[in-house]
Ligand binder design. Sequence first.
Ligand SMILES: [Zn+2]
Ligand SMILES: [Zn+2]
Length: 212
Amino acid sequence: MVAAFARLSTGVTVRQEGGFYVISSNSTPNHTSPYFSRTDSRYQAYNGTNPQYAQNPNQITATSLICRIPVEPQRGASTQATQGGPIGIAINGVPFFNQYAAMNAPLTMEINSFDQYGGHPQQFGQYHYHVEPSALTAQFGRGALLGYLLDGFPIYGPEENGRLLRSSDLDANHGHTHATAEYPNGIYHYHFTADTPYLNGTGYYGTPGTNR
Ligand SMILES: [Zn+2]
Ligand SMILES: [Zn+2]
């Protein structure tokens, strides 16, 4: 896990505290976005492919994120639903949110406010991804390790063995178990898919740690 976050110099810190990794970031993307202030060098106008793009009124604000993630992820006794807010963290320190907008409403409308890299800020300015973080998959490949959910299980891009996965290829939690480059002995892992629920289905496969 430490190696995954070391692939980028984004100020994300990872330290071990007992049975948990404590991963700290300021939730700010390491790529450009139309959600930075126009006077910020990281500002870039929307140049994505969604003709319905409608920028939300929020602006990216550095927001402290501290995830405590089990060093040895374990299958949960029962599936715990994900909550609003950060449910995991990408290797660039940006949090992942689940497949719902506020109050369990579907993302249908919110999707149009995702910038060209699949993220947007919430009402307090915390930037996050609900869908494939395309700046990371452009850099590392669409089958790359992209981050972790709070239960400690890794998240990969939508591609596997040269094939784009769909949700129907995965279990109810939106993952499956086999060997990966980083886990040659095999591990449960989630995949992003282009179709809903994008990252996580019915909840955490494992017992989640915490975020604050
Ligand atoms: Zn959102
Ligand atoms: Zn897989």
